[in-house]
Design a protein around this ligand. Structure first.
Ligand code: SAM
Ligand SMILES: Nc1c(NC[C@H](O)[C@H](O)[C@H](O)CO)[nH]c(=O)[nH]c1=O
Ligand code: TYR
Ligand code: SF4
Length: 467
């Protein structure tokens, strides 16, 4: 049975892993400054600014941030990258029940004969394609697509047949035939084909979604990702990582694949020739030992594969989540924890070049600050955002290239438009514009990617001019 947030006693989560070490803060900092590979205990010392004293010491924190900023400058220089992309979530229907998530809506509400209302959505492949087509016309390079685990989803027709063959399929393999739902999301393969518009880069299928695409079969992750790649998938987002320590997953996402399952899926994606990203979602019930152990899992995976293009710390947005509403947590990470998360990621992950800061999670001011704590990538334009918004986040859904150039130059760094894999890069000279592009997308011609409001205003002006 899945545990609900109401059953959890916040003072007694009974964690085996706690932030205690035999290392000293001074030793850990010296290793970080010298570029020596850090251990889990070193990382705990840096996260806690000394595990033997309570709270965060301001001076020590500044020393960690400074070491990380210096490392960032050595590894990637002064460029700050960002991508012209659109988020296209296919469906919010999901029964996995993660206690930190308010993106999902219980799937039975989507059934054709349900009279319960819900604020979510499911898009057919044609509807997904229309969203991507419009964004490609506006100049985006990438579509980033992550979705709920709709019980009517299957990899392809063969997968549907296998799932239909199960007795009590809803309970045993989380499957209900698409005919049961008001809107059929099609298969994963059909969604990939639909979103592959004009050579746009398709970044989709998290490890959890890949698990859903093989549930009830003995198919390997490599096979799943290869079939998706043949349908147009270019790279996979490493969300669903949350905290890669099972005692934490048992509390916050007991319905999800375990840490090993996440690693297996990522390895399958890379074996199929795809690039991936990796994330950590922190600032809920996790402690500094969990964060350090997570970084070690990711670094080990990258040592084996080399296919992770960026690491993305995602600060838990608490306001409208079961964990917060049931009093299991009293808020998210502090500013100091956010800064240290970016900094220790930069220092620990000596084999991942890019550390992303999220304006969605942090807002512009804090995200800018983290660019001097080790981060060098500023994510993307995204055009739409549902996950953080539904959890109570309030930092909006869009940043234009003009916004990016203003923000990045305001902290004395160099704005650079990038491709998803960071191999194509275009340095932007602020004296050349505005407008500043985008230019890398299949239909990007240098005209600006505008907000909906600006577009409406310009359309209004054009209509007036035509009169
Ligand atoms: C909403 S899921 C969608 C994809 C898919 N269902 C999965 O779990 O991989 C994508 C990611 O959003 C992040 N997320 C969800 N709720 C969040 C919250 N309240 N605060 C921060 N990140 C959150 C989690 O890291 C999660 O893995
Ligand atoms: N950090 C967040 C992202 N990051 C994804 C990027 O926008 C981009 O898809 C990736 O860098 C691959 O090129 N996206 C979100 O929607 N929300 C975030 O918080
Ligand atoms: N982390 C994903 C994208 C993502 C991040 C956070 C989200 O809330 C949603 C999607 C990636 O870029 O690979
Ligand atoms: S994080 Fe993903 S799997 Fe978990 S409930 Fe939300 S949408 Fe579903």
């Amino acid at each position: 049975m899945t545990r609900s947030a109401a059953d959890l006693d916040p003072d007694d989560l009974g964690f085996e892993h706690t932030p205690e070490t035999d290392q000293s803060f001074e030793n850990a900092l010296a290793k970080a400054r010298d570029g020596v590979r850090l251990t889990v205990d070193d990382a705990v010392e840096l996260f806690t600014t000394g595990s033997d004293t309570p709270g965060i010491d301001r001076e020590r924190k500044e020393a960690v941030l400074e070491a990380a900023d210096r490392r960032r400058a050595e590894v990637v220089g002064d460029e700050v990258t960002f991508v012209a992309n659109v988020n296209n979530n296919v469906t919010t229907a999901c029964n996995t029940g993660c206690l930190f998530c308010n993106f999902k809506d219980t799937a039975h509400q989507f059934e054709g004969d349900s009279d319960e209302g819900h604020a979510g959505f499911t898009k057919t492949p044609a509807e997904s394609r229309a969203v991507v087509e419009a964004a490609v016309e506006r100049g985006v390079y990438e579509v980033c697509s992550v979705s709920g685990l709709h019980p009517g989803f299957a990899l392809n027709d063969e997968h549907h047949e296998i799932l239909r063959g199960y007795d009590d399929a809803a309970r045993v393999v989380n499957y209900k035939p698409p005919e049961a739902y008001a809107t059929d999301p099609g298969t994963y393969v059909e969604q990939m084909e639909a979103m592959s518009v004009d050579g746009v880069h398709l970044h989709s299928m998290t490890p959890e979604e890949a698990y859903h695409a093989r549930r009830g079969t003995d198919w390997s992750y490599e096979r799943i990702y290869s079939e998706l790649a043949a349908a147009g998938l270019d790279s996979a987002p490493g969300t669903a990582a949350e905290i890669l320590v099972d005692e934490v997953r048992d509390v916050i996402c007991p319905g999800k694949i375990d840490s090993q399952g996440w690693v297996d899926a990522m390895e399958g994606a890379m074996a199929a020739g795809l690039d991936t990203t990796a994330t950590i979602m922190y600032g809920h019930v996790d402690n500094e030992m969990h964060r350090a152990m997570h970084l070690k899992e990711v670094r080990d995976l990258q040592d084996r594969t080399g296919g992770i293009t960026e690491f993305v710390p995602l600060s838990f947005v608490h306001e409208r989540t079961p964990l917060y509403e049931h009093g299991v947590v009293s808020g998210g990470a502090s500013d100091a924890e956010d800064e240290l998360m970016i900094a220790v990621s930069r220092l620990f992950l000596d084999n991942i070049e890019n550390v992303q800061t999220s304006w969605v999670k942090y807002g512009d001011a804090k995200a800018l600050k983290t660019l001097s704590c080790g981060a060098n990538d500023f994510m993307g334009t995204i055009l739409s955002e549902e996950i953080t918004k539904r959890a109570g986040g309030s930092f909006g859904e869009f940043r234009s290239f003009d916004d990016y150039v203003d923000l990045i130059t305001s902290v004395g760094r160099v704005p650079v438009e990038r491709s998803t894999d960071y191999r194509q890069r275009r340095r932007i000279d602020p004296d050349d514009g505005p407008p500043f592009g985008p230019t890398l997308g299949p239909k990007a011609d240098g005209t600006p990617l505008l907000s909906e409001r600006e577009r409406a205003e310009r359309a209004g002006d054009a209509a007036t001019a035509d009169d």
